[in-house]
Ligand binder design. Structure first.
Ligand code: NBP
Length: 471
């Protein structure tokens, strides 16, 4: 064998294969390995003409073919497969080697693996990779966490292959151990919310405004030129224009309304609950997918309540559409605020020192939630120094003030017609409760004290108080 490879890559499913091609395309000699060797052979048959790509049939061969300290990236199924692969690699690795997990691993697994690997003197980098298969090939947004030393050693490679936003690489050091995978998890939680808010909006367009798919596609295309401009809005317009090859109908109309999930949205909600950070819109988006999967029950109940259709008197469509656009934008601000608040708290709890401005910056390109909006968010984090809650920012508070009336009208209209818009309405409830100085929890505290002697605090005196409520 000639010169040693710069990086090894394990796992040649769609993400790994594309990332390997991206690495090689940037002149980084990459040695690939896959558990089932036929995938390695097929991959090299197709892409092996690139002299920066070579393959290994065994893990020993892979490890021996790399420059020291070795850099190996895992792009395999998250969970037990990662532990199994690490167990096989440990006897082959040496001190100062760097093992990178580029899959969607649960951050607590990454924290554990970091401790285990660092005890052996091997650097472990948990790296979020966003952007799907296209991103992996043409430039993903990368969220690496681990030791600073490992990041510095990897930075030239990661910067080369990552997406670029205004010339800046969409990669930055997130923090120690699980920081990178945590940031990627919250990115996915926000993605769930963003997708559900768009789905809610589509649902109102279709069932309340009675729009055709062409009319909807035109509207999303127009909106993509506004402050809503984003990858998800762009693909929504594209999706609505697609015809089904089998029936000629709009493809979206023949797709079953049952959404699947792989767990990152649920993990984000679980973490928000564990850390005590309100993230209701992200959680509603997870529940909306769960509700979608109750198809049989929904069919039964839709029969039971069939008189409650979406009908109502005709509305002023252009006016409602403008309200809807503003409701979507305002809800988006709230969902991102929830995600950033969660990151802020997790950074403190886990000692990661997460930097909101840097995170917003690396999400501007390459990832699924990339949007013009994130340029604004990153500028705000930079300009409004020390400001970490987006709802408190001067810029977004103006937007939310302006949108509040139309947002309320949309939720009222949807509720009146019986069209569920869980993400848009949860975002409005989040906004309204967050900006309320005196809420309703005084009554909850009284109830808790009444039935369980849990005590309450007073607004006019320090201390814990208990009342005998029955006498
Ligand atoms: P998959 O998540 O479908 O995993 C398939 C790969 O894992 C194959 O290479 C397979 O090898 C390997 N593998 C499995 Br399964 N069990 C293994 C084991 N015990 N030991 C060694 N290898 C094993 O691939 P993917 O969709 O390309 O995703 C890779 C990672 O990137 C995942 O963590 C995923 O969550 C994450 N991710 C995916 C996307 C996306 O859009 N797909 C986006 C962002 C992140 P085999 O060929 O021998 O079965």
């Amino acid at each position: 064998m000639g010169a040693k490879g710069k990086i090894g890559l394990i796992g040649l499913a769609v993400m790994g294969a594309n990332l390997a091609r991206n690495l090689a395309g940037h002149g980084i000699s990459t040695v690939v390995y896959n558990r089932s060797h036929d995938k390695t052979e097929n991959f090299l048959k197709e892409f092996g003409s690139d002299t920066n790509l070579s393959g290994a049939a065994a893990l020993e061969e892979l490890v021996n073919s790399l420059e020291k300290p070795r850099k190996i990236i895992l792009m395999i199924k998250a969970g037990e497969a990662v532990d199994a692969m690490i167990a096989k690699l440990i006897p082959l690795l040496e001190k100062d080697d760097i093992l990178i997990d580029g899959g969607n691993s649960f951050f607590e697994d990454t924290r554990r693996r970091s401790r285990e690997m660092e005890a052996l003197g091997v650097h472990f980098v948990g790296m979020g990779v966003s952007g799907g298969e296209e991103g992996a090939l043409h430039g993903p947004s990368l969220m690496p966490g681990g030791t600073r030393e490992a990041y510095d050693a990897l930075a030239p490679i990661l910067k080369a292959v990552s997406a670029k936003a205004e010339g800046e690489a969409c990669v930055d050091y997130m923090g120690p151990d699980g920081a990178g995978h945590y940031v990627k998890m919250v990115h996915n939680g926000i993605e769930y919310a963003d997708m559900q808010m768009i789905a809610d909006t589509y649902f109102v367009m279709k069932n309340v405004l009675g729009m055709t798919v062409e009319e909807m596609a035109d509207t999303w295309e127009t909106w993509n030129k506004s402050e809503l401009s984003s990858y998800l809005v762009e693909i929504t317009a594209r999706i609505l224009r697609k015809a089904d090859e089998m029936t000629g109908k709009p493809l979206v109309d023949v797709i079953l309304d049952v959404a699947k999930q792989k767990g990152t949205g649920r993990w984000t909600s679980m973490s928000a609950l564990a850390l005590g950070v309100p993230a209701p819109t992200i959680t509603e988006a997870v529940f909306a997918r769960t509700m979608s999967s109750q198809k049989e029950e929904r069919l039964v109940l839709s029969e039971r309540y069939r008189d409650l259709a979406f009908e109502g008197t005709e509305v002023d469509r252009p006016a409602v559409l403008e309200d809807l656009r503003q409701a979507l934008y305002a809800s988006k601000i709230c969902a991102y605020a929830q995600g950033f608040n969660l990151l802020e708290e997790a950074g403190k709890v886990y000692g990661w020192d997460l930097q909101m401005g840097r995170i917003a910056k690396i999400w501007r390109s390459g990832c699924i939630i990339r949007a013009r909006f994130l340029d604004t968010v990153s500028e705000i984090f930079e300009k409004e120094n020390g400001m970490t809650n987006l709802l408190a920012s001067g810029y977004f508070s103006q937007v939310l003030y302006g949108a509040r009336a139309g947002w309320g009208r949309i939720i009222s209209l949807a509720v009146e017609r019986g069209a569920a818009v869980p993400a848009l309405s949860s975002a409005l409830a989040y906004f309204d409760s967050y900006r309320t100085a005196r809420g309703s929890a005084n009554l909850l505290q009284a109830q808790r004290d009444c039935f369980g002697a849990h005590t309450y605090e007073r607004i006019d005196k320090e201390g814990a108080f208990h009342t005998d409520w029955m006498n």
